[in-house]
Design a protein around this ligand. Structure first.
Ligand code: CDP
Length: 255
């Protein structure tokens, strides 16, 4: 947000953005499921210049115990940015921003997980941002949904996420870092394609009602594309698992 440097043209005379995209065009998105051996489920997402890893543990006994809910599981997301993920070294450890993002992602995922199947447990979702270029909460939520499915956690649907925003008075999707810094608004959206529900919606900046509605519609369309790639990643994962056949027995020396 803030003033645009005079030499930075966010939208050119052909209506293209600084990285050559059209307003409704997302950055390239690659999703891979099941990338970590130790976690119950995992996913890795490269989205433009964002690189994000998600790992899921659980359902498992909920700690601290006073958070246990006798009727349902608690979905606890822990979002973290590596100190080397941004231009200026990020001070390691939690801060206000990471708490906020962890909370909104936990809430978005709680809407789709059948938490009532696993009373008293916790489903822990760890999101590690290795490289950030704006839109990491959307990339994190997208990766976390795939990681939950990879862990076999029963869900109504995957949550797909993408932001819309406004740059140089034009409504666009999936803002990159320059657009996020010098644009006028950012609306991250989490969408459940099966039900049409919106489970994450935030807004930062200035938009007219008409621009907001246009942006929301564009973000939802982008989320539908994200959802297709999430499913493809899981299908590839299961095809690979089927090819491997039964898990090989581990042979230990001296056993
Ligand atoms: O990443 P997201 O757009 O969901 O959240 P944000 O708070 O709007 O941050 C936008 C971008 O600012 C991040 O993706 C990072 O590239 C950058 N950032 C940073 O450089 N240093 C921080 N401490 C936090 C964010």
């Amino acid at each position: 947000m803030g003033g645009t440097p005079t030499d930075l043209k966010l939208i050119d005379e052909n209506g293209r953005r600084i990285d050559g995209r059209l307003p409704e065009e997302m950055r390239p998105l690659k999703i891979e499921a099941g990338v970590l051996k130790r976690a119950d489920g995992s996913a890795y997402v490269e989205w433009g210049n964002n690189k994000v890893m998600a790992a899921v543990y659980g359902p498992r006994e909920c700690h601290p115990r006073h958070l246990q809910n006798p009727e349902r599981a608690l979905v606890q997301c822990h979002y973290n940015m590596a100190s080397f993920s941004v231009d200026d070294r990020k001070r390691p450890g939690p801060d206000r921003r990471s708490h906020e993002i962890s909370k909104i992602i936990s809430e978005a995922l709680t809407n789709v997980v059948f938490t009532e199947y696993f009373p008293r447990t916790s489903i822990d979702v760890y999101i590690e941002v290795l490289q950030a270029n704006a839109g990491t909460r959307c990339a994190g939520l997208t990766a976390a949904s795939v990681a939950l499915a990879d862990a076999g956690v029963p869900m109504r649907d995957l949550v797909a996420s993408c932001a819309a925003g406004k740059v140089a008075d034009t409504v666009v999707v999936d803002l990159n870092k320059e657009e996020d810094n010098f644009g006028n608004a950012d609306i991250p959206v989490g969408y459940v394609p099966r039900t049409g529900e919106i489970v994450l919606l935030q807004m930062d900046g200035d938009l007219s009602q008409e621009q907001f509605e246009k942006g929301l519609g564009m973000a939802v369309e982008a989320c539908k594309k994200v959802s297709v790639l999430q499913r493809d990643a899981l299908k590839r994962r299961y095809a690979a698992k089927a090819d491997e056949g039964a898990e090989p027995t581990e042979i230990r020396e001296g056993a």
